[in-house]
Design a protein. Structure first.
Length: 302
């Protein structure tokens, strides 16, 4: 039985990789996102009987990419339908999750850092179930399809944009600075930094990466005058980072730095490498909560 399950999971993974390769071929711009999917889907292992971790002890950060109006057929792994997003948000609310912004996340972590850990465990001991929603790259569908849902349910969400891509409309259609302003002014959507050029850490020096991060920060300030935030949050392109880069960015005042490694925020999470949980095509709210719980058990369970 175990063997059959392993074979089944291998087939699922191979199928996933073929789809991702096909999607990437059709659209090179989707490749980065496709790599993310592969990376997180490869972590799907046999379901171990890990003890459930109390959801008030950690904060999951979800990562979305594209949205679409209707089912694209077989599913490309990274596109969420608008109706699915709506069902998911409604489910998170029903399940008692408080969805939080970057400012709120920063405040919660600061408070926890100031409090002494009395019980010595790695939990955050917050009494509340928090959840963060993030999207990478600034695709037009974030504005066109996801923003109306966030607005309708009045929930915060964070979009990490590549500032040069917004200014020059590079690659797959991105929303404009004017769209971004509209989201900031009329909803709890926040616009944050995915560097100015999307050059991953593995393809540049620490100095050049920090310069691109600071250029991204400047572009956000210049193009979004109504944006009021004291928090410097950034998602690493392709998730790539090094301990040296983490420190260099923390030294520049960045306080929330996101990877694409699966995991949840707990007391031992570094602000320089915050893990995220991938939302794949076709997931229901219940599927996502199951993935969150499984990831928490792996991250924190002993
Ligand atoms: Zn990206």
């Amino acid at each position: 039985m175990k063997r059959i399950f392993t074979i089944f999971m291998t087939m699922v993974m191979l199928l996933g990789m073929t789809q991702v390769a096909m999607a990437a071929e059709k659209n090179p711009d989707a490749f980065q996102a496709a790599v993310d999917v592969l990376k997180s889907d490869q972590k799907v292992e046999e379901t171990e009987a890990l003890p459930k971790v109390d959801p008030t002890e950690y904060i999951p950060v979800l990562m979305y990419h594209h949205f679409a109006v209707r089912d694209m057929g077989f599913g490309d792994g990274i596109t969420t339908m608008q109706s699915e997003l709506e069902e998911q948000i409604r489910y998170f609310k029903e399940q008692g999750y408080t969805i939080i912004s970057m400012e709120e996340l920063d405040q919660i972590l600061t408070k926890k850092e100031q409090e002494k850990d009395t019980d010595g465990d790695i939990g955050l001991d917050m009494k509340v179930k928090y959840l963060c929603i993030t999207m990478d790259d600034g695709y037009y569908s974030n504005y066109d399809l996801a923003y109306p849902v966030f607005q309708k349910y009045n929930v915060p969400a964070t979009i990490f944009v590549v500032t040069d891509y917004i200014t020059n409309q590079i690659g797959l259609k991105k929303f404009t600075w004017s769209n971004a302003s509209e989201m900031i002014n009329n909803s709890k959507v926040g616009i944050y930094n995915h560097t100015s050029n999307h050059v991953p850490a593995g393809k540049t020096t620490t100095e050049e990466f920090v310069a691109a991060a600071l250029a991204g920060e400047e572009a956000l300030e210049a193009n979004l005058p109504t944006r009021r935030t004291s928090v410097r949050a950034l998602a690493y392109p392709n998730g790539q980072n090094t301990p040296e880069l983490q420190q260099a960015l923390l030294d520049e005042g960045f306080s929330l730095l996101f990877t694409i490694d699966p995991g949840v925020i707990n007391r031992s999470t570094s602000r320089g490498a915050i893990p995220r949980i991938m939302v794949s095509s076709g997931m229901t709210g219940a599927d996502i909560v199951a993935r969150i719980e499984q990831t928490a058990a792996r991250t924190m369970g002993s």
